[in-house]
Design a protein around this ligand. Structure first.
Ligand SMILES: Nc1ncnc2c1ncn2[C@@H]1O[C@H](COP(=O)(O)OP(=O)(O)O)[C@@H](O)[C@H]1O
Ligand SMILES: [Mg+2]
Length: 351
């Protein structure tokens, strides 16, 4: 799992004078499910296209198994590609679509038929093999696209927002199916999405992209619990991002003054004077005297969200959001409450 299979070394890409990927260094480990996550325009697709062989880097090198692949055309890179808009060929049947990559590679006809049937069997689509794409649902079309990409048994699968066009329920089902396929076939997957919950659900590691560079790379838990900077803390999940001034330094803690005055203690060291603190809404608890930090706040609103409550709070100029299980007695709007949180649930950010 830890050996690097794909390596981007100082890769850059410019369109004309616009640099869209800037000195990218990235390792994809053999057998991992790596997600490139970031807002629209952050360079995810461009990165995937360079790996697939559909765009040439302007600088730097891409290696697979330690060998440069710059000169290899897309179909010789041994990578299966599924794009959101990589539509199936509309005039071909499901079976003919799935057969296409095998024909491209000169596989004998008898073997093609056998492999297409086996591939369609595995995703329970064989009964649809003579249909045209227009006679399939969106989810079925995306399964066919996935099958077409798996049929030539690539060792690496690249997927660019393959589920973005589907509705929520279907998307969640296909997320599980893709994970299952990945595990069963022992694939290495590079998956692109702008949807942070999809990335958290599916990935072994996530590379968060911002403006053509990686803002942070790590496991979903690393990224969620220990965001490296303001951008990541706000892009992944929801957070309370509070500006603060360092007023004291201990061996392993900092004393901070939040905007409006209140003091809190957080773990960590830093040289900067102005920092930000990120605290997840589910880490803010009402009336928990045993925790390290307390703020006196007013309840501005309580919103039911099915399985949890969102509690909007203000503390002087600070606006906070807490998230609680529904089992608690909901606080009354307008009341004063004490908001508590543990020092260890605070992440201090300097960037
Ligand atoms: N062929 C192209 N010509 C010019 N600019 C492009 C081209 N492809 C992408 N870009 C620009 O590169 C940036 C990154 O695009 P892209 O990789 O598609 O981002 P993402 O997939 O993260 O949304 C965007 O600003 C986009 O407009
Ligand atoms: Mg894109």
């Amino acid at each position: 799992m830890s050996a690097s299979l794909i390596r981007f070394e100082n890769v850059s890409k410019a369109f004309g004078s616009t640099v869209v990927i800037d000195d990218l260094n990235l390792d994809v480990r053999k057998g991992e499910f790596l997600t490139l996550l970031g807002p629209s325009g952050s360079g995810k697709t461009t990165t995937l296209l360079m790996l697939a062989g559909f765009e040439a880097p302007s600088g730097g090198t891409i290696l697979v198994d330690g060998k440069r692949i710059d000169d290899l055309p897309a179909h010789r890179r041994g990578m299966g590609v599924v794009f959101q808009n990589y539509a199936l060929f509309p005039h071909l049947t499901v079976a003919q679509n799935v057969a296409f990559p095998l024909q491209m590679r000169g596989v004998p006809r008898g073997e093609i038929a056998r492999r297409v049937d086996a591939a369609l069997d595995r995703v329970q689509l064989r009964h649809l093999s003579s249909r045209k794409p227009s006679q399939l649902s969106g989810g079925q079309q995306q399964r066919v696209a996935l099958t077409r990409c798996l049929v030539f048994e690539p060792k690496v699968i690249l997927m660019d927002e393959p589920l973005s066009a589907l509705d929520k329920q279907l998307r969640e089902r296909l997320q599980l199916e893709i994970r299952e396929l990945y595990r069963r076939e022992g694939l290495t997957v590079v998956f692109v999405t702008h949807d942070q919950s999809e990335a958290l659900t599916m990935s072994d590691r996530i590379a968060v992209f911002n403006r053509g560079a990686i803002a942070q790379i790590g496991t979903p838990a690393d990224i969620y619990d220990r965001p490296a900077n303001r951008f990541v803390s706000e892009f992944i999940g929801e957070t309370n991002l509070l500006e603060a001034e360092v007023t004291g330094r201990g061996d392993d803690h900092l004393d901070l003054a939040l905007e409006g005055g209140p003091g809190i203690r957080v773990p960590g060291r830093c040289e900067d004077r102005a920092v930000a603190v990120s605290i997840r809404p589910e880490r803010l608890v009402l009336d928990a005297p045993e925790l390290d930090n307390h703020l006196d706040a007013t309840v501005d609103d309580v919103v039911y969200q099915g399985n949890h409550l969102r509690i909007h709070l203000s503390c002087g100029p600070l606006r906070l959001v807490a998230q609680s299980e529904r089992r608690i007695e909901p606080p009354v709007v307008g009341r004063k409450v004490r908001v508590s949180f543990a020092a260890e649930d605070c992440t201090v950010l300097t960037e």
